[in-house]
Design a protein around this ligand. Structure first.
Ligand SMILES: [Zn+2]
Length: 59
């Protein structure tokens, strides 16, 4: 099982799908992507919101 986060699920016009094996890893990867591609520093509020949009995939 892995975790998946899609920028478009939080209303960002971006096709990026970030995947990771743990939520810590996923948050780190999403934070790095948000900063690099969207110029957004994720604070704890944004991270909490993003976590609600994380999907589990069964692969
Ligand atoms: Zn993005």
């Amino acid at each position: 099982m892995s975790l998946e986060f899609r920028c478009r699920d939080v209303g960002v016009a971006c096709q990026k799908v970030t995947r990771a094996e743990s939520s810590d890893e996923l948050v780190a990867a999403v934070a790095a992507h948000a900063k690099e591609k969207h110029g957004v520093e994720l604070n704890s509020t944004l991270i909490d919101y993003a976590v609600t949009k994380v999907r589990s995939t069964g692969d």
